[in-house]
Design a protein around this ligand. Structure first.
Ligand code: GDP
Length: 454
């Protein structure tokens, strides 16, 4: 396999940049460009897990001072020999050293290629490998905790336990089917159903955490809607803790949709401020109004804002009615003012209503509680291993379907070899999930989402 190299730190100016070289020739290449100062040993002679201070020099030209860390196969991230050069974090100096490494025979690493090699060399299963990206991209405590548990193998262990049970059962059935002349007892269908039933139950439990995990990881696509001047922008600014969209007294000044993410407790809201629903002649504004209508249809969460200090208008009613049956929360704003709103009507249209004063910053806690309750984000145990992506979900779902099918087949009195084939299919989906039996295309697809240098 080729020797690969890439910059593993973000491209930009920083204190330190790390260039990683992995493969058979990594230490030899490092030896050609690294002049040790703190040791007499050449990189190839250094022990694994040790480092040396020195200079990067080639053809008499000095590049930078650096620290070289050596990892020896198989005890490294990729399982191969690795040389990691920590140099000064300038874009130019780092790029120059990388080019120098390429000129000595290394090739540029593809996206996720270091982790892919770790997987191919048996250093990690596919679920743990995927969790590397989740650790990197986690935006909050909950998503970071989820990813850390996956890195620790929480989900792998659960899936593997089911998989081992199925393999055992397949062995028993297989022995009976393949050696009919031997005196092997037929597998009891009651016992089979019990094993399959428990396996199915465990997969169902794992599946049930998917939606919640997705919210924790990716956030909720949220629309803040309401007629002009109810306080949508003020609420949005309160949520984001900064002046994001222009707040003014002139009705309908928030013209386009502004998007940003804010975190409320464990939940990340991907917010879009909208122009509000209002019949208008104004071309620019009607563009915004149209988008707001679309948003109500497509958003995963709607925060419908109403003005506590003004009487209910036909526009409010239109919004409330449009929100019916959606994942919507009525946010009654301006509670610091004399109430004039018919809140009974609003409450009758929404399953959840929150009272706030956006200018005073009151009511956010209640909003957070309502959202936690709505998305049940406090009901899952992140440490138990939550499905991290659609690939994992579809493997579990397909496996579960096959398990259910196998149970039906047993109940309908199918032959054991027919049942065996269906259970085998269920098992194969689990092996695809952990990567023990994933096709090259699946593996390539997984790592294509990684960044270069990881
Ligand atoms: P939008 O058109 O729905 O985005 O409404 P804005 O956020 O621009 O707010 C319209 C006006 O209402 C501004 O003058 C805000 O200062 C005011 N406002 C917003 N929230 C509150 C509130 O909780 N209490 C009071 N008294 N005024 C508010």
């Amino acid at each position: 396999m080729s020797t690969i190299a890439a910059i593993s730190t973000p491209v930009g100016t920083g204190g330190i940049s790390v260039i990683r070289i992995s493969g058979e020739n990594s230490l030899k290449i490092a030896g050609e460009i690294f002049e040790p100062v703190s040791t007499r040993l050449a990189p190839e002679e250094m022990e694994g897990y040790t480092c040396a201070y020195g200079k990067i020099v080639s053809d008499g030209e000095y590049y930078d001072d650096c620290v070289l860390t050596v990892f020896k196969s198989p005890r490294s991230y990729t399982g191969e020999n690795i040389a990691e050069i920590s140099c000064h974090g300038g874009i130019f100096v780092t790029e120059s050293i990388l080019q120098l490494i390429y000129s000595k025979g290394a090739v540029p690493a593809g996206p996720g290629e270091f982790t892919k090699r770790a997987f191919l060399n048996g250093k990690t299963d596919l679920i743990r490998a995927e969790a590397v990206m989740d650790v990197i991209s986690a935006q909050g405590k909950a998503s970071s905790r989820c990813a850390a548990a996956l890195r620790q193998g929480a989900l792998f262990t659960r899936i593997n336990a089911v998989s081992v049970k199925l393999i055992h059962l397949l062995g028993e059935i297989g022995a009976w089917v393949d050696y009919p002349e031997e005196d092997i007892p037929e597998v009891d269908s009651g016992a089979m159903l019990e094993t399959l039933g428990t396996a199915a139950q465990e997969l169902e439990m794992i599946l049930s955490t998917y939606d919640c995990g997705k919210i924790i990881r990716e956030g909720v696509d949220t629309a803040i809607v309401g007629k002009p001047n109810v306080g949508k922008s003020t609420l949005m600014n309160l949520l984001s803790g900064c002046e994001r969209s222009i707040v003014t007294d002139i009705a309908g000044t928030t013209r386009d949709i502004v998007e940003e993410s804010v975190r409320l407790g464990d939940i990340v809201l991907r917010l879009s401020d909208t122009a509000g629903i209002r019949a208008t002649e104004d071309v620019v504004e009607s563009f915004g109004v149209k988008k707001a209508g679309e948003k109500i249809e497509t958003a995963e969460l709607i925060l419908a804002v109403f003005d506590n200090s003004a009487a209910l208008t036909p526009e409010d009613i239109e919004i409330a009615d449009k929100c019916a049956g959606k994942n919507a929360v009525a946010v009654i704003n301006k509670t610091d003012r004399e109430p004039a709103l018919d809140t009974d009507y609003i409450e009758s249209r929404f399953s959840r209503t929150v009272y706030i004063s956006a200018v005073k910053g009151e009511g956010l806690q209640q909003l957070q509680e309502v959202l936690t309750d709505l998305f049940k984000t406090d009901s899952i145990d992140y440490n138990a291993g939550v499905l991290a992506n659609e690939r994992q979900r579809s493997c579990v779902r397909n496996s579960l379907n096959a398990l259910r099918e196998s149970m039906d087949a047993i109940k309908q009195g199918y032959t054991l070899d027919a049942v065996n084939i269906i259970i085998d299919e269920a098992e194969n989906y689990l092996l695809e999930l952990t990567g023990e039996k994933a096709s090259e295309a699946v593996v390539n697809e997984v790592f294509s989402h990684f960044c270069v240098g990881k």
